[in-house]
Design a binder for this molecule. Structure first.
Ligand SMILES: [Zn+2]
Length: 220
């Protein structure tokens, strides 16, 4: 199996998970992965769980050239392209419309860090104000943050997570959605108690790498 075949199959697997776990509905959301100098991006107009391995659209990251397979790339192609160009450590990008994340952005901004798994697996979540989707304005707003955080809430819209690989980017989406849900449940009762900066740094510095790897292994 060539590695581009492997990456196409992995994209299908995580695309199906985003739909199964209700992180996106209908033809919303888009996912990509980097392989060497190419990104493989979801095609426009498909529900993510309908995409077949051969339908992921190849885009040359340096030139932006799209390999013609008769399908248009996702309308957020610029956001993905610019993010890979801006941060060489990004190997995959997951953009979804998770309901608790969206609800969170209607009333709040940056998501506080509330528990150890969130601190270790995701770290800080940043926020960008609503901008018109599919425009280079959205691409620019997201790219301005891709070196600050691996998760970016899009006001009145959704979430973008990045990772070194698809698995990491995908699980970050799950953790941020779960964190937003927990925050909103607690907030309905009273002001949530969040981790202090010191408590967060303790996790982030002390054993974060070992702890994160352990958690990711558990998720297999
Ligand atoms: Zn979107």
């Amino acid at each position: 199996m060539s590695s581009s075949t492997a990456i196409r199959e992995e994209l299908c697997k995580y695309a199906q998970k985003t739909v199964a776990n209700k992180l996106v509905v209908g033809p919303g959301g888009n996912i990509s992965a980097r392989h060497e100098g190419t990104m493989y991006l979801s095609p426009s107009g498909f529900a993510l769980d309908e995409i077949k391995p051969e339908q992921w659209v190849e885009v040359d990251i340096a030139t932006g050239d799209i390999t013609d397979i008769g399908l248009r790339p996702s309308s957020e192609v610029l956001m993905h392209l610019y993010a890979y160009r801006a941060n060489p450590n990004i190997g995959a990008i997951v953009h979804t419309h998770p309901p608790y994340c969206i609800a969170f952005t209607l009333v709040e901004r940056e998501l506080p860090i509330m528990f150890p798994d969130q601190a270790a697996l995701v770290g800080r979540t940043v926020y960008v104000d609503y901008v018109l989707p599919t425009t280079d304005k959205l691409a620019d707003a997201v790219v301005a943050k891709v070196n600050d955080a691996s998760s970016i809430l899009l006001g009145n819209h959704g979430l973008v997570t990045t990772g070194r690989n698809l698995r990491e980017a995908y699980y970050r989406t799950e953790v941020v959605e779960e964190s937003s849900k927990i925050y909103l449940i607690a907030k309905a009762i009273r002001e949530p108690k969040v981790l202090t900066e010191e408590e967060f740094r303790e996790i982030a510095s002390l054993e974060s790498e070992a702890y994160r790897i352990q958690l990711l292994q558990k998720m297999k």
